[in-house]
Design a protein around this ligand. Structure first.
Ligand code: TRP
Length: 438
């Protein structure tokens, strides 16, 4: 076996993990989920889920990767025996499934970027709908999907340091600065305050018990943090023993939540200022591809610059996420079958492409895939909490104490993993399942 690679620096790991977390889920997902009516109740639930449920699971995933130094497929088996094989299988299937439709949305994003840069923006909503129809149907979808997958595969095949770490070290800070600039600009729009009020700040306590709002909060938290399917297992398996995982997890989660909020604060003023509520009240990701370009178009030449920046940056964020999804099957194939990285990359990519064809053809199918895999994320998270909290709690504690995490922190995390995360995730699953089927 080849030597296992390692991250070059501590920040390399944190930025790569943050790169995985920050993606289309923040830029499109946060805006469309919070526009489904939850308002402040959604925001509150989302932040609570991140802090109380997801953070402990995030640390658990990291510990699982670091103590076993194995791929997501083998890590559960190594730590708890072969009866945990199904969890590794779940991780691998889920990563492939998510990447299959994620790449389609990346393709739309790339298309919007190219369009804003070279051709221009649609003049009104009708033109924008026509444009979205064109980029989301027919051959151009495949072009975008193949381009996105190809680029992802190239980076992953370069390896952890030369590919993943090098890319994310530059892109994450850049992304954040651009987002901040766009947020300031958006705040100066005439409808800015109305935008925040309508979508983010409306307070209706009964929404706290609304199934759709609960589902949205859980889905947004899990999806956006890349949680529940072994991404952090894969990335943490390339860590040495010194990293204080709880600190890193907190940094990653804060950054991720901040980016989601900023994206919302960019989107909502645009939507309200240009009367585009109709476009996003349908609440699909696609609607944002109609609303945002129309909004930017109202600004003339400057709008085109902003649109180009926004879509370009969304695509960069997406790439740093898609590479983490591909890393799961790739590292598992290398680990389990002893394949070389290259072979594992191109085989996985081909499978992802084939599974993604129905999503490329039908937006409805894509939506169903999204709903199903959001359920699987929670299921995976539940099993991770049970595994590290109940089956091998000692390993969890030992790993953290070896890297000098304080006993208070360890106790707190273990308590949350045992008593809070599992029942809370069960509630999230229940809300999602009933929302899905009823
Ligand atoms: N978190 C990324 C986003 O917000 C997407 C993503 C990457 C993801 N890896 C994941 C989602 C693993 C779920 C599971 O866009």
């Amino acid at each position: 076996m080849e030597m296992r690679e390692q991250w070059r620096s501590r920040w390399g790991f944190v930025l790569a993990a943050a790169g995985s977390a920050v993606g289309l889920g923040n830029l499109w997902g946060f805006a469309y989920r919070s526009s489904q009516g939850g308002g402040l109740a959604f925001l509150l639930l989302y932040v609570l889920v991140v802090l109380l449920v997801c953070l402990p699971v995030l640390v658990a995933e990291m510990v699982l990767g670091r103590t076993t130094k194995s791929s997501p497929f083998l890590a559960p088996i190594k730590i708890a025996g072969s009866s945990w094989t199904p969890l590794g299988i779940l991780f691998t299937i889920a990563s492939i499934g998510i990447l299959s439709f994620y790449a389609v949305i990346m393709g739309w994003t790339a298309d919007s970027f190219v369009h804003s840069l070279f051709i221009g923006l649609p003049a009104d909503m009708e033109a924008a709908s026509g444009f979205f129809n064109r980029i989301s149907t027919g051959n151009s979808v495949f072009v975008g999907q193949i381009f996105s997958l190809g680029l992802t595969a190239l980076i992953v095949s370069a390896g952890v340091r030369a590919g993943i770490e090098r890319l994310t070290r530059w892109c994450m800070p850049l992304l954040f600065i651009l987002l901040l600039a766009l947020t300031f600009w958006s705040a100066t729009l005439p409808g800015a305050w109305d935008g925040y009020k309508t979508f983010l700040l409306n307070w209706d306590p009964s929404q706290l018990l609304e199934k759709t709002t609960i589902k949205n909060a859980f889905n947004q938290a899990f999806f956006s943090l890349s949680l529940g399917i072994g991404i952090m297992v894969a990335y943490s398996s390339y860590l040495d023993g010194n990293n204080q995982l709880p600190k890193s997890a907190l940094r990653i989660a804060s950054f991720d939540t901040a980016v989601g909020l900023l994206a919302g604060m960019i989107t909502f003023p645009i939507v309200l200022s240009y009367g585009l509520q109709g476009a996003i009240s349908k609440s699909t990701v696609g609607a944002l591809f109609i609303a945002l370009p129309t909004g930017f178009a109202n600004l003339g030449g400057l709008g085109r610059v902003f649109a180009t920046l926004f879509f370009g940056l969304a695509f960069i964020a997406a790439i740093t996420s898609s590479i983490s999804l591909l890393e799961v099957p790739v590292s598992s194939l290398m680990d389990r079958l002893g394949w070389k990285r290259e072979k594992a990359v191109w085989t996985s990519t081909l499978v992802v492409f084939l599974i993604g064809i129905p999503s490329a053809i039908s937006i409805n199918f894509l939506g169903t895939m999204d709903a199903i895999f959001n359920l699987i994320l929670m299921l995976g998270g539940l099993f991770i909490a049970i595994l590290l909290g109940w089956i091998v709690p000692k390993r969890f504690d030992e790993d953290l104490s070896r890297s000098n995490s304080e006993i208070k922190v360890r106790r707190y995390l273990r308590f949350m993993l045992r008593w809070v995360s599992p029942p809370a995730i069960a509630i999230g699953l229940y809300a999602s399942l009933t929302d899905f089927f009823l």
